[in-house]
Design a protein around this ligand. Structure first.
Ligand code: PEP
Ligand code: MG
Length: 597
């Protein structure tokens, strides 16, 4: 019997899929098959024509794909196709290929492949995650054009792959031109060698709600066509050669998830309130504008975190204009019923960089020029966004402004001073904005978490970003296998810090919410409630499960849990205790966890 192998990567959409592998063309396959020969002087003209024709055919295919996907994808996803068309319209790229054919008399496939590779090499030498992502697009275009130049029967023709049984697509990367295939109902999962949370594969998998694990490094070399594998997007892992029993277990898990989601959806009309009458607000974190539909679907009380950096991704390689910012905020105001917390640009760290925004590489980007630090350096970019948010605030008093990664009072004061400068500019131009716009900060730097009393003097609200706070607080790189066992959200130091922030918030009437992943994880709901949290902001699809938990517990039992936890000295002990209490207080707890994680 083949032994099982578990590959670890980054989970994208938290569902499980079990299916047969269809290995999509990857660049290795293409490289092996690309023909290389010389043409005669009198054949050069025809060779150039053949190249131009293949480019035209590719453009037509992309247009057709775009049309066929128009109903399934939102405008911003469809824009990916426009980016591809732009590359094919790039005269420098086309001319360099034509020059290569003319000068070296090489066949068109080889010439184009050589030029694209030169470009891709330049990209891969850069630290910039955004440009690395762009290289996925170049791979995609390169293989499409070469595909059209070659006899198609030599390669697996993606558009004609027939999928009739549960299938997992495995590839180096999933290209936007594979989208048609992805929307086949028999595709139950995706596994890729490359990619991270913000790459196109991830964004599209999330939009189509497909279980996906990206960044597996070498999954394409570990699997063969037709074998059965398991993609576990919740745990970020792929299981090769599962036993019959394991395959059954994971299929069942998928069914349980569907069933649970169905049941939970029926809760959406209910208010979230503990059994002893404490109302709790459940808000949504959104990244893509169209996720506001999901927020409405799950009946979120508002948007607790709008990650505005995705506006930058959508319009890249240009920078968003004030109007582009404004129109996104305006649409959110129209669609969302509650408050809308717009977080200013938080680019950097592990998030994508932008060529225009970041022209040098940093030794340690997570500790480097990111978020407000970057904005205060590029005040032109900051001003454009602040003007748009201020203008949007005139449309509704539900708009909130939030600054990420604030580390201390001096920094906060200089950011607020710049906000005032921008307000004065608007005053001079007689442009209206809400003069009482509520302004807050994210608490995600340990130094800020230690001085909530001092920071509270200057803002209306805090939102605790536990994702960053935990990694900075515990000095743990979660992606480093050697140390990730130390990534412990239940570290007593962190719990005490949270307790102090909630206490200070209450004393100073500064509203405190949590918008890191902890807020949407049912394991931590009782603890956070007991510590004093009344406003949770999370991925929209987590709202029903957190509501179910809130509605099944009393605040008194959560507070009793916290009293015990605060007397404990080690994360492991706290974890065991909290798990036991979760089971005791919420009879369905194990079922919920089994279905979701
Ligand atoms: C956080 O750090 O917890 C957070 C919500 O911000 P982001 O994940 O966007 O860095
Ligand atoms: Mg953060």
């Amino acid at each position: 019997m083949t032994p099982q192998i578990l590959l670890r990567g980054t989970g994208v959409f938290p569902d499980v899929g079990v299916g047969r592998v269809v290995l999509l063309n990857n660049s290795q396959v293409i490289r092996e098959l690309i023909p290389f020969y010389c043409v005669l002087e009198e054949e050069v003209h025809d060779e150039v024509e053949r190249f131009l024709k293949a480019v035209e055919t590719t453009k037509q295919e992309i247009e057709e794909l775009k049309t066929s996907m128009a109903e399934k994808l939102s405008a911003s996803h469809l824009a990916i196709f426009d980016a591809h068309l732009l590359v094919l319209d790039d005269s420098m790229l086309m001319n360099r290929t034509i020059d290569h054919i003319k000068k070296h008399k090489h066949n068109a496939e080889h010439a184009f492949h050589t030029i694209m590779n030169e470009l891709l090499k330049q990209f891969s030498g850069l630290e910039d995650a955004y440009l690395k992502e762009k290289s996925e697009d170049l791979h995609d275009i390169s293989s499409r054009v070469i595909h059209n130049l070659m006899h198609k029967d030599k390669l697996k023709e993606i558009d004609t792959i027939v999928i009739t049984e549960p299938t997992v697509l495995v590839a180096q990367v999933i290209h936007p031109s594979d989208l048609k295939l992805l929307s086949n109902p028999n595709v139950v999962g995706i596994a890729t060698d490359l990619g991270g949370k913000t790459t196109h594969t991830a964004i599209i998998a999330k939009a189509l709600e497909l279980p996906a694990v990206v960044g597996l490094h070498d999954v394409t070399t570990r699997v063969t066509d037709g074998e059965i594998i398991v993609v576990d997007g919740a745990e970020g892992q792929v299981l090769l050669s599962p036993s019959e029993e394991e395959a059954r277990f994971y299929r069942r898990k998928h069914e349980m998830r569907l069933q649970l989601m169905d049941e939970l959806k029926s809760l959406s009309e209910l208010q979230s309130i503990t059994t002893d009458g404490t109302a709790v607000r459940l808000l949504a974190n959104i990244e893509l504008e169209e996720e506001s539909e999901k927020a409405q679907f799950f009946n979120a009380d508002g948007i607790g975190l709008y990650r505005s950096e995705f506006i930058f991704l959508t319009v890249a390689p240009s920078l968003p204009t004030e109007e582009q910012h404004f129109s996104v905020y305006k649409r959110l105001i129209k669609e969302i019923k509650g408050e809308i917390v717009i977080r200013t640009l938080d680019l950097g760290g592990e998030k994508f960089f932008h060529e225009v925004l970041e022209t040098f590489s940093q030794q340690n980007p997570v500790l480097g020029l990111r978020a407000v630090r970057f904005c205060m350096k590029r005040k032109d970019i900051f001003r454009t966004q602040l003007r748009a948010i201020l203008r949007a605030s005139a449309l509704s008093d539900r708009v909130r402004l939030m600054f990420p990664l604030i580390s201390g009072v001096d920094e906060l004061k200089s950011v607020l001073q710049f906000l005032n400068t921008v307000k004065n500019e608007l005053d001079k131009e007689k442009i209206d904005y809400n003069h009482n716009l509520k302004t807050g900060i994210m608490i995600e730097v340990p130094a800020a978490a230690a001085i909530p009393d001092l920071l509270a003097e200057y803002v209306d609200f805090f939102s605790i970003g536990t994702n960053d706070l935990i990694q900075y607080f515990l000095a743990i790189d979660r992606t480093n296998d050697e140390v990730n066992y130390l990534y412990q959200p239940l570290h007593p130091g962190l719990i005490r810090t949270l307790r102090d922030i909630f206490r200070i918030g209450k004393e100073r009437s500064v509203k405190v919410s949590v918008c890191g992943e902890m807020a949407g994880n049912p394991r931590f709901t009782l603890l956070l409630l007991g510590l004093g949290l009344r406003e949770f902001s999370m991925t929209p699809s987590s709202i029903p499960v957190i509501k179910k938990i809130v509605n099944s517990v009393s605040l008194a039992s959560c507070e009793a849990l916290v009293t015990e936890v605060l007397s404990m000295e080690a994360s492991k002990e706290i974890e065991a205790f909290v798990t036991e209490k979760n089971r005791e207080i919420i009879p369905e707890f194990d079922r919920i966890l089994k279905s979701l994680f």
